[in-house]
Design a protein around this ligand. Structure first.
Ligand SMILES: [Zn+2]
Length: 269
């Protein structure tokens, strides 16, 4: 087979018109399904999330290796099959989006990573079977602290699903842990949480650490000032909130103002 013919089933309607303007995590958008395909939507409203397969019609198709430019252009190159890069031989975009409602052949989505005018080639429901709780992935470290924080925020939200004070606290703590230990999802990194269930949930979402197999996570419910203790290869990092700050303070204060941080390097290093 030398050629496959794919017909678009719909089109993306979005205020974002240029790929470089797309925020990480995508943007709210609408997919208009063409009338001849609308019957295929029956029952889709029973799903909270859908996979969208789209065709990045403006993407370069002669690209086999690139750096993950949007996240961090300083990282080494990867093959495009090892990245979600825009340019690739067949520029099929795969995007998970939250489905808000379906009306008259239109899907209203949150977090779609495709610009206005992008042809849509398929929609599939997201299933529980799609979940891999702690997969191994390349460490694509965001170039700026804001980007790293934003990514952790999304990981925490996927797990905890409410933007409470302790979710922000978890993100602020994990950003510090990443500075010391690198990738916080690493199987070698353990974390022990003393504080609320919200803090524990959020840190678990960010690190994907489980209680066992391997044992990376530990939690003690505590009314005292929240604390997380991170360990990797014999080194220990303790991060404790200085006092009971409000949500807005957690967002805005510097690390020095928020935390007592104590680092004990491994005796072997
Ligand atoms: Zn919470």
């Amino acid at each position: 087979m030398n050629e496959i013919i794919i017909k678009p089933v719909g089109i993306v309607i979005s205020e974002i018109e240029k790929p470089e303007e797309m925020p990480p995590g995508g943007t709210p958008a609408v997919i208009e399904i063409y009338p001849e395909y609308r019957e295929a939507l029956q029952g889709i409203e029973e799903n909270s999330h859908v996979w969208v397969l789209a065709w990045f019609h403006q993407a370069p198709r002669d690209l086999l290796k690139t750096s993950p430019r949007r996240v961090n252009p300083d990282l080494p190159e990867y093959g495009v099959f090892a990245l979600r890069s825009y340019g690739r031989p067949n520029p099929v975009a795969l995007c998970l989006a939250e489905l808000e409602k379906v009306e008259e052949g239109r899907l209203y989505l949150k977090g779609l990573d495709a610009i206005g005018g992008t042809p849509v080639i398929d929609i599939k429901p997201y299933f529980e079977n799609d979940i891999v709780f702690s997969p191994e992935t390349s460490y694509i470290k965001g170039k700026t602290r804001e980007m790293r924080q934003e990514l952790m925020m999304r990981h925490a939200m996927v797990h905890h699903r409410e933007q409470c004070r302790d979710l922000y606290l978890a993100v602020r703590m994990a950003v510090i842990a990443e500075e010391y230990f690198g990738k916080v999802m690493s199987a070698q990194l353990g974390v022990s949480v003393h504080g609320s269930g919200c803090l524990a949930d959020s840190i678990q979402g960010i690190t994907r650490a489980r209680l066992s197999n391997p044992s990376r996570f530990d939690f003690k419910k505590s009314e005292n000032l929240p604390r997380s203790v991170w360990t990797k290869e014999g080194s220990t990092l303790s991060i404790r909130l200085k006092k009971d700050f409000e949500l807005e303070e957690i967002k805005e204060l510097s690390e020095q103002e928020l935390f007592d941080v104590e680092y004990l390097p491994s005796k072997n290093s």
